[in-house]
Design a protein around this ligand. Structure first.
Ligand code: ARG
Length: 466
C-alpha cells in the first residue's frame, strides 16, 4: 500500500477510510466558517434529542445528563469566543460533537444514536430561519409604526400623486404613507404564513429513511417549539422550501423597501424638497460643502440585490436535486444568512430614516397644485354638473389645460370667459373643484385619499398593531 496522505483519516467515519482528505477537498467541503452561526440551534437540537433518547430508554439517564451538561459547556465556550473551530471537522455538527467527546468522553458517542447530520442540519436550519421570520416580523412592525406616525402628522397635507412620475391627481401625505403601511403589512403576513408552514420538525428522519430505534418524534418536536414532526423522512431531510419561502417573502419585502428608498432619494432632492432627512441618516460630500446625501436610502435600494440574488441562487441549487440529501444543499446557508442580515439591516435603517424625516408641508402643497393636478376634478365636474359624456368632458378639459399651458398659468388661474370659450355651459361654480384641498376632500370612496378616509385607516391600523 502506498502512503496516500500524511493526514489521519476522519475521526467520525475513519473506519471506512485509509487516508484523510486532500487540502483542496477540505477547502471545498468545510462549512464551519459559516455554519458556526447555527451553533445555538445545533446545541438546542442535540439537547432535545438527548433528553428524548433517555426518556425512551435508548440511552441511560446518566449518559444523557452528561451529554446535556456537556453541550451547555460547549455553547458557553462558543458564545464566549474560546471555542476552537476546526475545518478538519467540516461543520458545526462535528465540531460540537468532537468537543463534547473531549469534555465528557464515551457518552458523547451515544448522542448520534438514531440521528444523522441530515436531519440534524435540517432541524438546525429550520430553527434559525424561524427566528429570522420572527425578527423580520418585529422589524416590519417597527417600520409600520414609524410610517403610521408620519401618516398621522400629515393625514390631511396635500401633495401631488404621480403616475409615470408625472403629476396625476392630488393626494395626501398621510395616504401616501399609509400605502406603505399596507404593503409592509402584507410582507409581515407573508413571514407569518411562512413561519407557520415551516414549523414542523425534521429531527428523527435520520439519514433519510427513519430509524429502527423507538424514538419519540412528538417529544423532540414539541421540545423545540415545533407544531409537529414532519410526516415523511425523505421530505424532511431533502427540502429547503422553508428557506426559499423566507427568501421569497424577503425578496418581496426588499422590493417594497427599495421603492420607498427610491422615493426618499427623489423627495429629498433640491428639486423636490418634499422631505428633509435627518443628519443621522445622511452623509456629506468631501468636496461639495452644500451636499447632504441620502446614502442610507441608496444603500437600501442597492443592497436589496443581495436578497433577490440569494433567492435565485438557492432555487438554482435545489432545482435539479434527486431525493434525498445531496451535499449541494450545504450551499443553502450562506445565501440565507446574507439575505437575512441584509433584510434586518435594511429594515432598521428604513425605520430610522422614516422616524427621523420631516415632511415639508409647504413644498408638498406647492407641488400639489402645479402640473394641472385637478384636471380630473374639472372633467368630473363637467360630467356631474353639465351632464357631458366623460369622453367629451375629457376633451374639453384637455383644451383648457392646453390653454393654461399657453398662458403659463394653472387651471384655477384661467378666467371664466376663457373657460366658456371652450364650453359655454361652464359656470363660476367650477372654481370650487379646481382647488387641491377640495379635490382630496372629495375622494371619499373607501380607500380613497380624503383625509377622513385616511384617518379611519390610521385608526384601524393602530388598533390592529396595538
Ligand atoms: N454540513 C452539512 C450541510 O450543511 C451537514 C449535512 C451533511 N450530511 C452528509 N451526509 N454529508 O448540509
Amino acid at each position: 500500500m502506498t502512503d496516500v496522505s500524511s493526514k489521519a483519516a476522519n475521526q467520525m467515519w475513519g473506519g471506512r477510510f485509509a487516508a484523510g482528505p486532500d487540502a483542496i477537498m477540505e477547502a471545498i467541503n468545510a462549512s464551519i466558517d459559516f455554519d458556526r452561526r447555527l451553533a445555538r440551534q445545533d446545541i438546542e437540537g442535540s439537547r432535545a434529542h438527548a433528553a428524548m433518547l433517555a426518556a425512551t430508554g435508548i440511552v441511560s439517564d446518566s449518559d444523557a445528563e452528561a451529554i446535556r451538561e456537556g453541550l451547555l459547556t460547549v455553547l458557553s465556550e462558543i458564545e464566549g469566543g474560546s471555542f476552537e473551530f476546526s475545518a478538519a471537522l467540516e461543520d458545526i455538527h462535528m465540531n460540537v460533537e468532537a468537543r463534547l467527546k473531549e469534555l465528557i468522553g464515551e457518552p458523547a458517542g451515544r448522542l448520534h444514536t438514531a440521528r444523522s447530520r441530515n436531519d440534524q442540519v435540517a432541524t438546525d436550519f429550520r430553527l434559525w430561519v424561524r427566528d429570522q421570520c420572527d425578527a423580520a416580523i418585529d422589524g416590519l412592525r417597527a417600520l409600520q409604526e414609524a410610517l403610521l406616525e408620519q401618516a398621522e402628522v400629515g393625514a390631511g397635507w396635500v401633495m401631488p400623486g404621480f403616475t409615470h412620475l408625472q403629476t396625476a391627481q392630488p393626494v395626501t401625505w398621510g395616504h401616501h404613507m399609509m400605502a406603505y403601511v399596507e404593503m409592509f403589512g402584507r410582507d409581515l403576513s407573508r413571514f407569518q404564513d411562512a413561519r407557520a408552514r415551516m414549523n414542523e420538525c425534521p429531527l428523527g428522519a435520520a439519514a433519510l429513511a427513519g430509524t429502527s430505534f423507538p424514538i419519540d418524534r412528538e417529544a423532540t418536536a414539541s421540545a423545540l417549539g415545533f407544531d409537529r414532526p414532519m410526516a415523511n423522512s425523505l421530505d424532511a431531510v431533502s427540502d429547503r422550501d422553508f428557506a426559499l419561502e423566507f427568501l421569497a417573502a424577503a425578496s418581496i419585502c426588499a422590493m417594497h423597501l427599495s421603492r420607498l428608498a427610491e422615493e426618499l432619494v427623489i423627495w429629498s432632492s433640491a428639486q423636490f424638497r418634499f422631505v428633509t432627512l435627518s443628519d443621522r441618516f445622511s452623509t456629506g460630500s468631501s468636496i461639495m460643502p452644500q451636499k447632504k446625501n441620502p446614502d442610507a436610502a441608496e444603500l437600501i435600494r442597492a443592497k436589496i440585490g443581495r436578497i433577490l440574488g440569494a433567492n435565485i441562487a438557492l432555487l438554482t441549487v435545489m432545482k435539479g436535486l434527486p431525493l434525498a440529501y445531496s451535499k449541494d444543499m450545504q450551499e443553502d446557508k450562506e445565501q440565507v444568512f446574507d439575505a437575512a442580515d441584509t433584510l434586518m439591516l435594511a429594515l432598521a435603517a428604513m425605520t430610522g430614516m422614516v422616524s427621523d424625516m420631516v415632511a415639508n408641508r409647504d413644498a408638498l402643497a406647492a407641488a400639489a397644485s402645479s402640473g394641472f393636478s385637478t384636471a380630473t376634478d374639472l372633467a368630473d365636474w363637467l360630467v356631474r354638473v353639465l351632464d357631458l359624456p366623460f369622453r367629451e368632458a375629457h376633451h374639453v378639459t384637455g383644451s383648457l389645460v392646453a390653454m393654461a399651458e399657453a398662458q403659463a398659468c394653472d387651471l384655477p388661474d384661467l378666467s371664466l370667459q376663457d373657460m366658456q370659450s371652450v364650453h359655454a355651459g361652464i359656470t363660476d361654480a367650477v372654481f370650487d373643484v379646481l382647488g387641491v384641498e377640495n379635490s382630496v376632500a372629495s375622494r371619499t370612496s373607501f380607500g380613497g385619499t380624503a383625509p377622513d378616509q385616511v384617518r379611519s385607516r390610521i385608526a384601524e391600523w393602530k388598533t390592529r398593531i396595538g
